[in-house]
Design a protein around this ligand. Structure first.
Ligand SMILES: Cc1ncc(COP(=O)(O)O)c(C=O)c1O
Length: 340
């Protein structure tokens, strides 16, 4: 089966760059970005910084590296960042901050909305004492597991962190999903954060790339770390052009992904499955443990790629149409086992 004929529910990172995006990539003006000579990268960085209301931006090959460079720019060896137990920068990046940068994570329980309670943050900030790491940073994520952090919460948490002398970083891999869902401007969506990492390769459908945003000084530091991490690339305007195309053509359409997720989730709930209703393009459904293997096989036989698990994540995206969702639903309906 050809790659683009699969119905893929695993992630919004599985998308194929559309022909017009590929044309924009092919036509990109490029230069050596390590010398700062790539006009397309420079334009992407400026566009993103302007759009989000920051002084500067820096293009990275991946969100993992952008987040890591941000943590390294905020924290030094023996410093600590406060982070949610389920946050990507803690749980899904192999502990890179600790492993590669000698930065201690202090993981904390999430609130149901995906943030961390201010009392929990306050209790986790270490006193100035030689026994403790120095708490330097609060790192949040938006969206997180498809949930949109409430703007009031973000405002309170970042103001609280600043009042306690901490810096604030947002893993905004899917911040555009939050922006479209809330109908707010980019600066409003990230107000209070000293730095934000935005992915172009998730819902926006670019093949690679993230942009880190912050003050000119912060981005200068991050540029040094990016070089040390091996993330400084040469004629990478080819990828930046995909990002610029995505910013122009793929932001407003995220509303379609949200609508497809809502439709999909409601239909699965109608089948009697326990579904966590989606806020954006990611939602979870519970599958009886004894049916996981059989459902995985059944969906694969129906031409559907899915991360089947007892708590199963389903993701809608640019290459998943309403008709694809209907096909997936038919496959769920035809599954011979008991799913409720
Ligand atoms: C919330 C979040 N942050 C960061 C990343 C890392 O991005 P990348 O895969 O580009 O390293 C991901 C990847 O899925 C993510 O979901």
């Amino acid at each position: 089966m050809k790659n683009d004929h699969w119905i893929d529910l695993r992630s919004d990172t599985v998308t194929q760059p559309p022909p017009d995006m590929r044309a924009a990539m092919a036509a990109a003006e490029v230069g050596d970005d390590v010398y700062g000579d790539d006009p397309t990268v420079n334009r992407l960085q400026e566009v993103m910084a302007d759009r989000f209301g920051f002084e500067a931006g820096l293009f990275f090959p991946s969100g993992t590296q952008s987040n890591l460079a941000a943590l390294m720019s905020h924290c030094g060896r023996g410093d600590e960042y406060l982070v949610g137990q389920d946050a990507h920068t803690y749980k899904y990046e192999q502990g890179g901050a600790a492993v590669l940068a000698s930065i201690q994570p202090q993981p904390l329980e999430h609130e149901p909305h995906g943030g961390i309670a201010l009392e929990r943050i306050a209790a986790a900030i270490k006193p100035d004492d030689i026994h403790f790491a120095r708490t330097r940073l609060l790192a949040l994520e938006n969206t997180i597991g498809g949930r949109v952090l409430p703007l009031d919460y973000q405002r309170e948490a970042t103001a609280f962190a600043h009042a306690k002398g901490l810096r604030t970083h947002l893993d905004g891999a899917r911040i555009f999903n939050a922006i479209v869902k809330l109908g707010v401007s980019e600066p409003a969506a990230v107000a209070g954060f000293d730095s934000v990492s935005v992915c172009l390769s998730k819902g926006l459908g670019a093949p690679a790339g993230s942009v880190l945003l912050g003050s000119r000084e912060f981005i200068g530091t991050a540029r040094r770390w990016r070089k040390a991490l091996g993330g400084a690339m040469r004629q990478v305007g080819i990828l930046a052009a995909a990002g610029l195309y995505a910013l122009e053509h793929h932001v407003a359409r995220l509303a379609d992904d949200h609508a497809n997720a809502a439709f999909f989730a409601a239909a699965l709930a109608d089948l009697g499955l326990h579904v966590q209703p989606p806020q954006t393009n990611i939602f979870y459904v519970d599958i009886p443990a004894e049916q996981v293997a059989a459902l995985a096989q059944h969906l694969a036989e129906c031409g559907i790629r899915a991360s089947v698990a007892a708590h199963m994540r389903l993701v809608t995206h640019l290459n998943l149409s309403r008709a694809d969702v209907e096909t997936a639903l038919t496959a769920f309906r035809r599954f011979p086992g008991r799913l409720r």
